[in-house]
Design a protein around this ligand. Structure first.
Ligand SMILES: *Cc1c(COP(=O)(O)O)cnc(C)c1O
Length: 403
C-alpha cells in the first residue's frame, strides 16, 4: 500500500469552512484580542437563533458551562446530582467540583441515554436517605439537579425524563456537548431543561479549538453565568467583589472561529448523517452487528459519532476489539464507547441505578470514524477493512467446522 492510500483516518477531526481566518482577521484589525468583543456577542446571538432559545453565554469550555450551571442551581456539599453513567467524565466532574454527591443512572437500550425509570428509582432513594456519600449514607432530600446527556448526538428521551423531573420539581441541565443540531420532537437538544450545555472542543461537530456555551430560556441564569465567568466583578469603577468568580469567558478570537463554523453546521450534520447511511447500508448485509438507529421519527441525531454493537456470538466470534485492531492496523482510528462512570475508579462507591444496559454497551459498543470531512474513498477504505475482518473469521470458522 502506498502512503497516500494509508493516510490516517481520524475518529472525528476539526473541519474548517475556510471563512474562519476572515473572522480572526476582523478580531486582529479591531484589536478585540480579549474575552470580550463583537464576535462574542454575535456568536451568542447566532447560537440563540439556531437553537430557538432566548439566552446564551459562550465560555472557555463545555465543562466550564456545566460547572456554572450547577453553581447557578446552588449545588453544594450536601447535595445530590443525578447524571447518566454512560458518558464522558466531564458530565460528572463538575458535581465533584462543588463537593456534591453524584448519583449515576443507567441507559436505556434504545437511545443509550438516561433511563427515566431508573431515574425515578434514584430520586425515591434520595428521598429515603439511601444514597452513598463519602461519609456513609447521605441525608434524605431531593436531588438538586438532573443532568441527562444526549450522547454521541442521539437525543435523550426528554419527554419521559422531564415528566419525572417535573413530578418532583427538580431542575434539569442538559449535557448537549455532543448534540448541537440534534432535535427531539423538532426542538433543539439543550433547550428542554432549565439550562443546556454545548461544547466546541476540537473533535465536536463544530469547534472553536476549545470552547463551550450555556443556553437557557431564563435570562437571569445567563446574566449570572456571564457575571461568574468574568471573575464576579461588581458594577463599580474600582474592583469590587462579593462572591467567588471564575475566568471562564470565551475569547473573541475563538468566537470568530465559532461564527464561521456555525454557518456550516447544517452541512456538517448532513455529512455525518451521510456517514451513518454509508455504514448502515454496509451493516445491513452483516449479521451480529447492530448500528444505533433513531428510535422513532421524534429523534433527529446530528450523528456526531456512528456507534455500533458487536455481538461475537452472532457473527462468528468477532469482537469490537477485533474490529478496532483491524482498523488500527490500516491506520484508521475507532474508539470504545465511553466507560460508564460507575465503573470508573474515580467514582468507585457511588450509588448507581440500573440493570446492566450501560455495561453491555461498554462491553460490545464501538465508535466508528465519523468526521464530516471523510471522503467517499475513505469511507470505502473503512468498510473494506470492516468487510475483511467480519468475513475472514467466518471463513476460518467454516474451515474448522469442515475439518
Ligand atoms: C466534550 C464533552 C463535554 C465537555 O466539553 P469540553 O468543551 O471538552 O469541556 C461534556 N460532556 C460530554 C458528553 C462531552 O462529550
Amino acid at each position: 500500500m502506498n502512503n497516500s492510500s494509508n493516510i490516517k483516518i481520524w475518529l472525528s477531526s476539526p473541519h474548517m469552512s475556510g471563512k474562519e481566518m476572515g473572522y480572526i482577521e476582523d478580531a486582529f484589525k479591531s484589536n478585540w484580542i480579549a474575552p470580550a468583543g463583537p464576535h462574542i456577542d454575535a456568536f451568542e446571538r447566532e447560537l440563540c437563533t439556531y437553537n430557538s432559545v432566548g439566552h446564551s453565554a459562550v465560555l472557555s469550555s463545555g465543562t466550564a458551562a456545566l460547572h456554572l450551571s450547577l453553581l447557578l442551581l446552588d449545588v453544594g456539599p450536601d447535595d445530590y446530582v443525578l447524571t447518566q453513567s454512560l458518558t464522558f467524565v466531564a458530565s460528572a466532574n463538575p458535581i465533584k467540583y462543588l463537593g456534591a454527591t453524584p448519583v449515576f443512572i443507567d441507559s436505556e437500550a434504545s437511545t443509550w441515554n438516561m433511563c427515566p425509570e431508573h431515574l425515578e428509582m434514584a430520586i425515591l432513594d434520595c428521598l429515603k436517605g439511601n444514597i452513598n456519600t463519602k461519609s456513609g449514607k447521605g441525608p434524605s432530600k431531593l436531588p438538586k439537579a438532573i443532568i441527562p446527556v444526549h450522547l454521541f448526538g442521539m437525543p435523550a428521551n426528554m419527554e419521559e425524563i422531564l415528566k419525572v423531573a417535573n413530578k418532583y420539581g427538580i431542575p434539569v441541565v442538559e449535557d448537549a456537548a455532543e448534540s448541537l443540531g440534534s432535535t427531539y420532537k423538532r426542538k433543539a437538544c439543550g433547550t428542554f431543561g432549565d439550562m443546556g450545555v454545548f461544547s466546541f472542543n476540537g473533535n465536536k461537530i463544530i469547534t472553536t479549538s476549545s470552547g463551550g456555551a450555556l443556553v437557557s430560556h431564563q435570562e437571569q441564569f445567563i446574566t449570572k453565568a456571564k457575571f461568574l465567568s468574568t471573575q464576579a466583578k461588581e458594577a463599580a469603577v474600582y474592583y469590587q467583589h462579593e462572591e467567588i468568580g471564575y475566568n471562564y469567558r470565551m475569547s473573541n478570537v475563538l468566537a470568530g472561529i465559532g461564527l464561521a463554523q456555525l454557518e456550516v453546521l447544517d452541512a456538517r450534520i448532513w455529512a455525518r448523517r451521510n456517514n451513518f447511511e454509508h455504514y448502515r447500508s454496509f451493516f445491513q448485509q452483516v449479521e451480529g452487528v447492530n448500528i444505533l438507529e433513531e428510535p422513532s421519527a421524534d429523534y433527529f441525531s446530528n450523528r456526531w459519532l456512528t456507534t455500533i454493537m458487536v455481538y461475537p456470538e452472532l457473527n462468528g466470534g468477532i469482537t469490537n476489539g477485533d474490529i478496532m485492531e483491524a482498523l488500527a492496523k490500516e491506520n484508521i482510528e475507532s474508539r470504545p464507547v465511553w466507560k460508564p462512570m460507575h465503573l470508573q475508579p474515580l467514582y468507585r462507591g457511588c450509588s448507581f441505578y440500573g440493570q446492566g444496559v450501560s455495561e453491555e454497551i461498554f462491553d460490545k459498543g464501538l465508535c466508528l470514524p465519523s468526521g464530516s470531512n471523510l471522503s467517499l474513498i475513505e469511507l470505502n477504505r473503512i468498510t473494506q477493512v470492516l468487510e475483511e475482518v467480519l468475513t475472514k473469521r467466518k471463513a476460518a470458522d467454516k474451515v474448522r467446522i469442515a475439518s
